[in-house]
Design a protein around this ligand. Structure first.
Ligand code: ARG
Length: 568
């Protein structure tokens, strides 16, 4: 596709002798269309050129020639506003969509660089809560988009499958085995056992010691304890898979904390060799006080490892195994300090500068329910599996009410319900705390997943009404020069760039916002124009535009993990 921004940068670079790359960084998209399609803020050059922005603007305007792509230049308050040729825009965008179809927007931006996206990472034998849901949705979207831009992408589920809680689980299970049927509702049953044994531990020191002993046995390879531990793991994973299945989420690796249990000695050795490891009251620590990060315990006085030790072992393993360019940790911001510590200590592991620079905590905000903060103790944890089922049920009820004749109701309801939940999790900047509200998530008219799906379905029904998909050579680009059509074309043109921004900022909400914009632009177009026009050429051109929008909505939504229904 033609790159208007670059053409403009070249023109400015040619008459100023300032590097094109630098100019590119200054070019903006003006807030409204009547201010042009691109704007160059001349004050950026005031210092180097030692002139007032207005004078620079005058001078540049007189020197730069317009051509068939850049058709006009205007000066407004120290800005140079550039106007592009909308016919060239229309032709470029629509031909690109015709040529690339489902690959529209894909590029070689990643140049096959290796990116690890670690996400979801729930804890075994504990509930998968709505925080994990948000994590899973964010991580999966990032994973899809990195892949689409030709990064060598590896998705890792860093399961919380290690630690003293398993000693407790084993103890509880051994005591009350015949009171529970773990095959049915395993997570609930496990939770029950866990809460019960925890209370007992508080009352009775001996029980706590027995639990610790059990965990020690896991570490020492005791077959009975290992078998039970694996049992809990399998049961939990089965539950989690149901959720992943509904969300259509995949991982390349499930190497969780336990995987690193035999890889921690090397961390200790390397840190020791680097001189960073010091003894403190029998424990081994790395002192990060001078960085304002406290101390990071590597080995407790009883010789056992902690969460951070396993994360360091994971950094080392991933550096060796994948030699990553980026290693992203999608984890709630509550763990900010933890990751600051881990990344700081990792500097002493002897891994490459490239690997170190690639470590990044992609932090996201808390999720609350409208009813308040969730708490395991008070039983207000919404179970994600139930939430997803409820979303589907609610949509199904609406369909039964409004459109009982619809074909494949269940399937459509599933796509809409799950899509609503996914979009709701991505609609605002990920660092923002979020309140989950059914009325907002499932609103067909708001800035929601169902709204995007609704607009998509509308584009589909236009095509059905026409009875055929026009081919690109039936399109007359000059029939698409009204305000509403141009707004769509500009939005479509932007798609590729939006995807690049998502990976630059690790912010999938940029794509979510974009889809709302595109859908809204289409709604305006739909209201302004008669699409099935009497004029054959106008009709084919407008329908083609509708097809292009539908295609892009579907593609963008699928990158976020959403599926499109056929009917709504
Ligand atoms: N299992 C942890 C939790 O649920 C998250 C793990 C995050 N990843 C990591 N590498 N520490 O809170």
């Amino acid at each position: 596709m033609i790159n208007f921004k670059e053409l403009i940068a070249e023109k400015i670079a040619n008459v100023t002798e300032i590097e094109k790359e630098e100019i590119l960084g200054y070019i903006e998209v003006p807030p409204s269309d009547d201010m042009g399609d691109y704007a160059f803020p001349c004050f950026k050059l005031a210092k180097v050129l030692r002139k007032a922005p207005n004078m620079i603007a005058e001078e540049l305007k007189s020197k730069i020639e317009t051509d068939e792509n850049i058709v006009d230049i205007q000066i407004v308050g120290g800005y140079l506003n550039f106007y592009i040729n909308k016919l060239v825009l229309a032709e470029n965008v629509l031909k690109e969509i015709d040529a690339k179809k489902d690959e529209f927007g894909a590029s070689n931006y990643g140049d096959n660089k290796t990116v690890i996206v670690e996400y979801s990472s729930p804890n075994i034998a504990k509930p998968f809560h709505i925080g994990h849901l948000r994590n899973t949705v964010i991580g999966s979207a990032l994973y899809n988009i990195y892949k689409f831009l030709n990064y060598n992408t590896i998705g890792i589920n860093h399961l919380g499958d290690y630690g003293t809680q398993f000693g407790k689980m084993i103890e509880g299970y051994k005591r009350w085995e015949n009171e529970y049927d773990l095959e049915e509702n395993p997570i609930d049953q496990c939770m029950d056992i866990y809460v019960r044994i925890n209370n007992l531990c508080k009352e009775d020191e001996n029980v706590l010691n027995a639990c610790r002993e059990n965990f020690k046995k896991i570490e020492d390879g005791d077959p009975e304890c290992i078998a039970l531990w694996n049992k809990f793991k399998d049961l939990s994973l089965k539950e989690f898979q149901k959720i992943y299945g509904l969300l259509n989420v995949k991982f390349d690796s499930y190497n969780g904390e336990a995987f690193y249990s035999d890889k921690m000695d090397e961390v200790v050795e390397r840190l020791d060799a680097s001189g960073a490891l010091v003894d403190s009251e029998g424990a081994k620590i790395v002192d990060l006080e001078d960085k304002g990060l406290g101390v990071c315990i590597i080995k407790k006085s009883d010789g056992s490892s902690i969460y951070a030790t396993r994360d360091l072992a994971a950094v080392l393993y991933r550096a060796k195994t994948y030699d990553f360019d980026k290693c992203l940790y999608v984890v709630a911001y509550e763990q900010n300090l933890h990751f600051k510590q881990v990344f700081e200590v990792a500097k002493h592991l002897g891994i490459s500068e490239k690997n170190l620079k690639g470590l990044e905590h992609v932090a996201y905000g808390m999720v609350r329910l409208t009813t308040g903060k969730m708490s395991t103790r008070e039983g207000t944890v919404i179970k994600v599996h139930e939430l997803l089922e409820e979303a589907i049920d609610r949509v199904l009820k609406v369909i039964e009410e409004k459109n009982p004749e619809m074909e494949n109701k269940e399937e459509q309801a599933k796509k809409i319900g799950i899509g609503a939940v996914i979009f709701n999790n991505l609609a605002s900047t990920i660092i923002k705390d979020q309140v989950f509200d059914w009325n907002i998530a499932l609103n067909f008219n708001g800035e929601t997943g169902p709204y995007i799906q609704y607009v998509y379905v509308r584009t589909k029904s236009i095509l059905e009404k026409l009875g055929y998909v026009p081919t690109i050579d039936m399109v007359d680009f000059s029939a698409l020069q009204d305000k509403a059509s141009i707004a769509i074309l500009k939005s479509l043109y932007n798609f590729e760039n939006v995807l690049k921004q998502v990976v630059d900022k690790n912010e999938p909400s940029i794509l979510a916002r974009y889809l709302i914009e595109l859908a809204t632009a289409f709604s305006n177009f739909y209201n302004d124009n008669k699409i099935i026009d009497d004029d054959e050429t106008v009709k084919n051109s407008r329908v083609y535009l509708a097809y292009a929008v539908g295609n892009t909505l579907k593609l963008g939504a699928s990158l976020l993990g959403m599926e499109m229904p056929d009917r709504m």
